[in-house]
Design a protein around this ligand. Sequence first.
Ligand code: 6PG
Length: 472
Amino acid sequence: MSKSHFGLIGLGVMGENLVLNAERNGFSSVVYNRTYSKTEDFLNGRGQGRNIQGAKDLQDFVEKLERPRRILMMVKAGPAVDAVMNEISPFLDEGDLLIDGGNSDYHDTERRVKELESKSFGFIGMGVSGGAKGALEGPSMMPGGTKASYDAIENLVTKMAAQVEDGPCVTYIGPGGSGHLVKTVHNGIEYGIEQILAEAYDLMKRVKGMTGEQMADVFLQWNSTEELSSYLVEITEVCLRTKDPADGGDLVEKIVDQAGQKGTGLWTVVTALQMGASVPTIYAALNGRVMSSMKSQRETAESILKGPAIKDFDLGSSADAMAPLMDATVLSCIASYAQGMELLRISSKDLDYELHMPSIAQIWKGGCIIRARLLKRIQDAYNADPQLENLMIDPWFAEQINKRLPGLAKVVAGAAEAGVPVPCFSSTLDYINSYRTGRLPQNLVQAMRDCFGSHTYQRVDQEGNFHTEWLD
Ligand code: 6PG
């Protein structure tokens, strides 16, 4: 058999789908999985009749690949990636390239790029988004590493990626761990939007008493608007319409209210804190998951801590697409993107990644979980001003904020009075109100710091650092 163009390690759902995608696009492939029976199952099943061969061990795998070898690892992020790298390295030749397509921590990717490049191998840390379907039909891909390594896989990834009107949803992101950093922040935005849509659902259900079908109709309506048309709104509608085959009731209501997480949302927030970027909407979404996991504590507290009784307030109606609730949802989604992009801008400077913001918006327009029509506006905003400090001051986004802020405030106030938690909506309101306030009360914080710790302060009317003996 002739040598294959492309190798895949790790036949999980994502791995299987990615190799089928590569093969469909003309890249003959060889697959390896730690358990050979899994490889056999795949070759006799979904891989049958395709230009895909299997390998029993890593030496066999490497020998079946043409040089320079292009090998995609789809293994669990963390030590498993290092283990595969160590096991395969003795069989590689100069110029061969390993691609880590998992959700790895970008710090690990930084280290791995250095390690492998020092051995004259290439290493690409590539975020892959789109879930199982995206992997098969065309994901959004975020590869980072040296430009020479990217050039060696460009032909492969541009064919495999989702395609939108202005090109494939993949581009060279930048050096080192930049691809995985961008994927991490993508996931932070994903956490934000998921929580925002859950808050909208909670208000419709608990304040308005709407049924699953009625709520699904609202998401359907929203999905036809420029501001909210997106994959996550689309699947929210589907989730709300899905029935439990056992009794025909809404399946969503049978699901335990505890959201899991695999780490990327947490890393987004940790990175933001370290970089000095403000991401309160994303943090609120992460904390929403943390709170959700404290199920038994919440159940105990429910009978001890008395809040206001749920009471009705104006969330709009189906005739106006739940106008104030839509305002809150749109602005919170805008805030999630704005915070994610801001974090990328700041990290890019700090890490010398030279991220190209319009291209990041472009490759998120298709294939990935946060794909949305809004990304065209984000792309336009960064094309108009590549140095844009925050999306919210771009004219189109500023207009949205000015138009929708009263609606958001109304929803947050109503939810507070009804005792319904809306962490992303309320964080977004504070985020916007803080951002549009030229003088915040941190002058008093500075005074306190100087009072107890002589930390000094600056004055609005004179240059220099000042200290006052406040307590004398
Ligand atoms: C994607 C997703 C995916 C992620 C899941 C689960 O872009 O396809 O981000 O990579 O693994 O969404 O993430 P959590 O378990 O952390 O929610």
